[in-house]
Design a binder for this molecule. Structure first.
Ligand SMILES: Cc1cc2nc3c(=O)[nH]c(=O)nc-3n(C[C@H](O)[C@H](O)[C@H](O)COP(=O)(O)OP(=O)(O)OC[C@H]3O[C@@H](n4cnc5c(N)ncnc54)[C@H](O)[C@@H]3O)c2cc1C
Length: 165
């Protein structure tokens, strides 16, 4: 929203607990090579619905007091577009935050790590960062990463989690 005399509303949306799966691959033996990152944004029906619903919810909020009486018009996407165009706008302009996780997921079967954060098939190689999350938390990722590091320190020291003095 902006402007004093004529206030407009712009709608976009962002959610964090996406169901999509992207990918990241190394592009050569040199660690300085940039990786090949494929975000795969809004690839699932769930994700498209979530972002479209977020835009609808934003409209509801802007149409409710105290916003309603100070917002003169909806600038983007604009009220005159149909449902399909609204969904298209939501996926083209919605965002997914900087919370990419799970490229080294802790999971049995097709995961990279076991429940002790060890790389499957190894004994002393652990991964401890946001890449180990098996799915995306529906919130900020810094605190879960710090909690993970705390628990990982206990695992390495062979101390039961949460029993540290
Ligand atoms: C723009 C942006 C905004 C964000 N805002 C928030 C927020 O407001 N709140 C929130 O909770 N989360 C936020 N996040 C997410 C959060 O920052 C990350 O989830 C979190 O930092 C992940 O921690 P990490 O330890 O997995 O990775 P990182 O914090 O990325 O740590 C990786 C470390 O490894 C180092 N490194 C990389 N390669 C090598 C190498 N070859 N050798 C040695 N070291 C190396 C890097 O320099 C870096 O210090 C944001 C992320 C971004 C990008």
């Amino acid at each position: 929203m902006g402007g004093r005399s004529r206030t407009a509303a712009d709608g976009t949306g962002g959610r964090w607990d996406w169901g999509r799966r992207g990918s990241i691959h190394i592009t050569g033996p040199d660690p300085g090579n940039k990786p090949d990152i494929f975000a795969n944004s809004f690839a699932t029906e769930h994700d498209r619905k979530v972002i479209t619903d977020a835009l609808a919810r934003t409209r509801t909020i802007i149409g409710t007091e105290p916003f309603a009486s100070i917002v003169n018009y909806e600038q983007t996407p604009g009220p005159a577009i149909d449902e399909a165009a609204t969904a298209r706008f939501a996926t083209e302009h919605g965002f997914t935050a900087n919370h990419s996780v799970g490229t080294c997921a802790m999971r049995s079967g097709n995961g990279v790590l076991d429940g002790q954060l060890r790389v499957h098939g190894t004994r002393n190689l652990r991964v401890i960062d946001a890449s180990v999350f098996p799915s995306m938390p529906s919130g900020n990722t810094m605190a879960p990463t710090m909690a993970l590091a705390w628990i990982a320190a206990d695992l390495i020291r062979n101390t039961p989690a949460g029993r540290r003095s």
